[in-house]
Design a protein. Sequence first.
Length: 428
Amino acid sequence: MAGTAVVASGNYDLEIDTGFIQDAFLLDDAVQGVLDNTQYVLDGTTNFADVTTGINSVNVKRGRRDVGDQFSAGTMTFNMLDTTGIFNPFDTLSPFYDPATAQPGLAPMRRVRLARYSNTNVKELLFAGFVVNYEYNFQLGGLDTVTVYCADDFYLLAQTFLAEFNVSEQLSSARLTAVLNLPEVDFPIGQRNISTGTQTLGGASAFTVAEGTNTLDYCNQINLAEQGRLFMARDGDLTFQPRIGNTLSQPVADFHDDNTNIPYDAVGITFEADQVVNRAAVAIRGGTQEVAEDLASQAKYFIQTTSITDSLLHNDTAALALANYLLEAEPEARYTSLGTNLNKLTTAQRDTVAIIDIGDTITIEKTFASGTGTTQLAQELAVEGVEHTITVSGGHSVMYFTSPTTIVYELILNDAVFGIIDADNVLG
């Protein structure tokens, strides 16, 4: 951790591989307004360089904003001033220039990781991926600037294409594993976190994967049939979670605006007509369209349809079950996003907030100052997307995007409310 500075929000490392094998570039990002007063280092095997005054901002975007969206590649962008010129890609004398490959230290496809150290000095990754674009901006009469664009390993899946693939009938998780094992994909086994799926995918000739199919597109089709989550976690693991259903009440963080629990700066609330789905149509490959409808909802909100064609589900019965799953007969007001800044949190709260990831459950409670009805409302919601913004002036802020989830509670013996097994209480 050479060069790491200790500040109120913790220690941060931005690590970039400078030689495709072992050299590493360490940019210890101290944030919290002291980026230009703290020592940062480029850490190869023996050489170090100070880029203290260079870092302006770091921005990470991962996941999705709405449960109806597909997951795409997570991204990270960071900006710096090149005060000494060592990042100039044409500088062959830079200590980070690799003469063996004739590439500069921030060359495309170098590994990159952003990490934060907790109060107990545990290193927690916030992003892992690759440099995909490196822009060097020459300024006449001023300091040159560098903007580095990064993407997680979904970017690699999007760059690969499948050979013709004869599939067998199997669970969605088994199909995903089979795709990742293909020689033209060869995704690292140690970088997978695949939970067992709930849906069976087809194996007849109609489901044969055509040559030239994009790998990431096909993986998203698997997840579309499952209706779970497929994303790159903050530590760089490809993560697959099964169909979203009931969620045991275990929030990892409790956000309040009444000076209790974890404070927040912003909350988004939505109550929209387009939340309604009262007609859903799903057709498997080679099958007939299966339709589920809610006539009462159609009478109130008109017909609002969603449709999936060429589903990978194995039969029409599974397609009809999915159609029913997709129905949302009534719109509900809910909190859709939440933002907070680590500057305003306690040390323990910062350690909790910084590592909340996609698929976690959080509680958001808001107080309503006016009105004669509800004065305070709490909702437990699932996290679908996470954005980190780190700047010199603003410190470290985080934004979460959420989706509704059906909460159940762990059975508690002899409890008048939670001691009865029903739709709301389950065995943990």
